[in-house]
Write a protein that binds this ligand. Structure first.
Ligand code: ADP
Length: 401
C-alpha cells in the first residue's frame, strides 16, 4: 500500500455509471470512464488511462456487473484494483434531505436513511444507491463515503430556503429549498478565489453551473446566500430536459385538463421539458447548430434559456448588493462562448463588459473573459466534482478515525 491516497469516485445514474480514479492531493486522474446502457442487451464499458482507451461491448445486467467489467479492464491493463490500495470510494448522492449536510461514511444505517429520502428524489437517490451497494459487494474492505449534492446549501438563510406555503405542512414534510450541484458551486467559487489570489471571505460571487442540469448560486464570503434549485432539482433555470421555474398551477391544470397523473407529470416536467420540450433537442451543440440553421423552435428554446439566465443574474446581483465575480462552469458554461456572450450582453451599466477575444479563446484552465476595466470580473472556471468528492471523502474518513 502506498502513502498516497487514491479514491475511486462513482456517479451512478439509472442506466449509466461514471467513475474516476483520482489522487486527491495532486488532483492526478489515474483513470476514468463510463458504464453505459446498463440493463440493455448491448451495453458499453469504457476505461480511459491517459491516451489509452479500452472498452467492452456486451450485455451488462446491472451496476455490479458493470463495475466488475471495469475491474476486468483494469486487470487486462495490468492493474489489480482490489490489491492496489484504494483509500476510499466516494459517491455522489443527489439528495441529503434535512439530515445530511456533511460527507458521511457509509454503513447500513446510512443506506437505510438514504432509502427513506426516496420520496424527495425518486429519480436520483435510488439509482445513486445502486452504485454504493455494488461497490460494497465488490470491495467490501474499502470504506465508502457519500457526498450529498444538497450539502453545501444547507446553510441557506431561512427566508431564502422557505417556500411561502402552509408552514405546518412544510415543516411536517420537510418542504424547503435545498439546492443542488452544491459540490460544484463550492468547488468553483473556491477555485475562483484561488485563481484571482483573492480572499474567498471577501468575494461576492455568482456561479452559473450550466450542464445538462443547470443552476445558479449567489455566494457571499464563501457562504451560499441564494440558489436556483429547490426542493428538487426541477426549480430554476431552463435545463436540457427540465422546465425550471413554472407556475405550480400548471401541475394541477395538467391533472385536471390533460388527465395526467402525478408520475406522468413528473416525466413531463423532468424529462420532456426544458430545451428538449421546446425544440426536441437537449444537447447544446446540436441546439446551436439548429439555431444557426434558422430553426424557429430551437431559436425560441435558446431565447427562453438565455432570458431565464439573465433574470436570475439580475436577481442575484440585487441579492448580493455588490457583485465581484460572475463565473461560468460545466459543459455549456465552459465551452459555449455564444451562451456566455448573449447572457452578458448589454450589461455595461451594471459594470459588466465582456472581452470578445478572451471569451472566444478555448482552454481547460480558469480564465477571465471580461475586460480589464469591467467592474465585475467574469470568468470561466472548469468544475471538477470528482476531485471535490475525492477530497471530501478522504477528509470524512480522517475525521471518522
Ligand atoms: P451533465 O454533467 O449535467 O450531464 P455536462 O456538464 O457534461 O452535463 O454538460 C452537458 C452539456 O454541455 C450538453 O448540452 C453539451 O452539449 C454541452 N457541451 C459539452 N461540450 C461542449 C462543447 N465542446 N461545446 C458546446 N457545448 C458543449
Amino acid at each position: 500500500m502506498s502513502d498516497i491516497d487514491t479514491v475511486l469516485v462513482l456517479n451512478a445514474g439509472s442506466s449509466s455509471l461514471k467513475y474516476q480514479l483520482v489522487q486527491p492531493d495532486s488532483a492526478l486522474v489515474m483513470a476514468h470512464g463510463i458504464v453505459e446502457r446498463i440493463g440493455e442487451s448491448e451495453g458499453r464499458v469504457e476505461l480511459v488511462r491517459g491516451d489509452d482507451v479500452t472498452e467492452f461491448i456486451g450485455e451488462i445486467v446491472d451496476h455490479q456487473a458493470g463495475l466488475s467489467k471495469v475491474f476486468e479492464l483494469f486487470s487486462d491493463a495490468g492493474h489489480d484494483l482490489e490489491s492496489e490500495g484504494i483509500t476510499a470510494v466516494g459517491h455522489r448522492v443527489v439528495h441529503g434531505g434535512p439530515r445530511f449536510h456533511r460527507p458521511t461514511v457509509v454503513d447500513d444505517s446510512l443506506i437505510e436513511a438514504i432509502k427513506d429520502l426516496e420520496d424527495l428524489a425518486p429519480l436520483h437517490n435510488p439509482v445513486n444507491l445502486l452504485g454504493i451497494e455494488a461497490i460494497r459487494r465488490l470491495l467490501p474492505e474499502v470504506p465508502s463515503v457519500v457526498v450529498f449534492d444538497t450539502a453545501y446549501f444547507h446553510g441557506l438563510p431561512e427566508h431564502v430556503a422557505a417556500y411561502a406555503i402552509d408552514r405546518e405542512l412544510a415543516l411536517e414534510h420537510h418542504i424547503r429549498r435545498y439546492g443542488f450541484h452544491g459540490t460544484s458551486h463550492e468547488y468553483v467559487s473556491t477555485r475562483t478565489a484561488e485563481f484571482l489570489e483573492a480572499d474567498l471571505g471577501t468575494l461576492n460571487q455568482i456561479v452559473l453551473h450550466l450542464g445538462n442540469g443547470a443552476s445558479a448560486s449567489a455566494i457571499s464570503g464563501g457562504r451560499p446566500v441564494e440558489t436556483s434549485m429547490g426542493l428538487t432539482p426541477l426549480e430554476g433555470l431552463v435545463m436540457g430536459t427540465r422546465s425550471g421555474d413554472i407556475d405550480a398551477g400548471v401541475v394541477m391544470y395538467l391533472k385536471r385538463a390533460a388527465g395526467l397523473d402525478v408520475d406522468d407529470i413528473d416525466v413531463v416536467l423532468n424529462r420532456r421539458s426544458g430545451l428538449k420540450g421546446l425544440c426536441g433537442e437537449n444537447d447544446f451543440r446540436a441546439l446551436i447548430q439548429m439555431v444557426d440553421d434558422g430553426d424557429p423552435a430551437a431559436t425560441l428554446a435558446y431565447n427562453v434559456y438565455i432570458h431565464r439566465l439573465r433574470k436570475y443574474i439580475g436577481a442575484y446581483m440585487v441579492t448580493l448588493g455588490r457583485t465581484d465575480t460572475i463565473v461560468f462552469t460545466a459543459g455549456v458554461g465552459e465551452n459555449n462562448a455564444k451562451v456566455r456572450a448573449d447572457t452578458m450582453a448589454g450589461l455595461e451599466n451594471f459594470g459588466i463588459v465582456i472581452d470578445t477575444e478572451r471569451n472566444a479563446a478555448r482552454s481547460r484552465e480558469p480564465r477571465i473573459i471580461s475586460t480589464d476595466d469591467s467592474a465585475v470580473t467574469v470568468l470561466v472556471v472548469p468544475t471538477n466534482e470528482e476531485l471535490a468528492i475525492a477530497r471530501q471523502s478522504v477528509e470524512a474518513l480522517n475525521d471518522d478515525r
